[in-house]
Ligand binder design. Structure first.
Ligand SMILES: [Cu+2]
Length: 213
């Protein structure tokens, strides 16, 4: 944050800071049974618009999943979902998930989107059919609904209607990280399209998951 930060943003940030402090105070007052470091919990719980920028919601310059060394790769093409709003009939694209000793990388490419719209894609824990991917994939099931416990890719469509993003995670995603669903950021219920990840080499993903990281 710099001194040029707009007032609203500063207030926002202040509120978040207070929230962090409150959480830290709460953690200090507890019996310490929580195995997670207090700082980790506070960061996750205090996420808001500003702090989301500091979380891993993707990095377009990261090594794409296809190029990750020693990875077990799975991929698929986006299929349109019935829950999409009007104007999304021409959406198409691909997504790739790489599991390697370094963790997990997910890359998506989309075309046919309305220009300059914010989107978010999540790795989901069920196939695209019949439940549009089901719940979000979580490394710690029942834990935080934000990265790094989930894999999220936030991006904005270009003027020509394309979208591209890569997200990285230091842990190796389990075999039930099996679909990617893209939503408009403002209307998460309007699931647009879904990819079922199919591995390049049968058995390679299970082997990588078993070896862990
Ligand atoms: Cu989702």
């Amino acid at each position: 944050m710099t001194t040029s930060t707009p007032t609203r943003s500063r207030v926002h940030h202040l509120a978040a800071t207070c929230c962090v402090l409150a959480l830290l105070a709460g953690a200090c007052g507890s019996d310490g049974a929580d195995t997670q470091p207090a700082g980790t919990t506070a960061t996750t719980m205090a996420m808001d618009d500003d702090m989301a920028m500091t979380m891993n919601m993707g990095d377009p310059t990261a090594t794409p999943a296809d190029d990750v060394d020693g990875a077990a790769l799975a991929r698929g093409e986006f299929a349109l979902l019935d829950t999409r709003p009007q104007g999304y009939d021409d959406v198409a694209g691909t997504a790739v998930i790489a599991r390697s000793p370094a963790g997990t990388t997910v890359t998506l490419e989309l075309s046919g989107l309305p220009a300059d719209v914010d989107y978010i894609a999540h790795v989901h824990a069920e196939p695209c059919t019949p439940n549009n991917g089901g719940p979000h994939y979580q490394f710690d099931v029942g834990g935080a609904t934000t990265p790094p416990n989930e894999i999220h890719l936030a991006f904005t469509s270009d003027a020509d209607g394309t979208g591209f993003m890569t997200a990285e995670n230091h842990a190796v995603a389990g075999i039930d990280a099996q679909a990617l669903v893209v939503h408009p950021s403002e209307f998460l219920d309007n699931k647009l399209a879904c990819v079922d990840f199919v591995e390049d080499e049968p058995g390679a993903v299970a082997e990588m998951v078993a070896n862990g990281a």
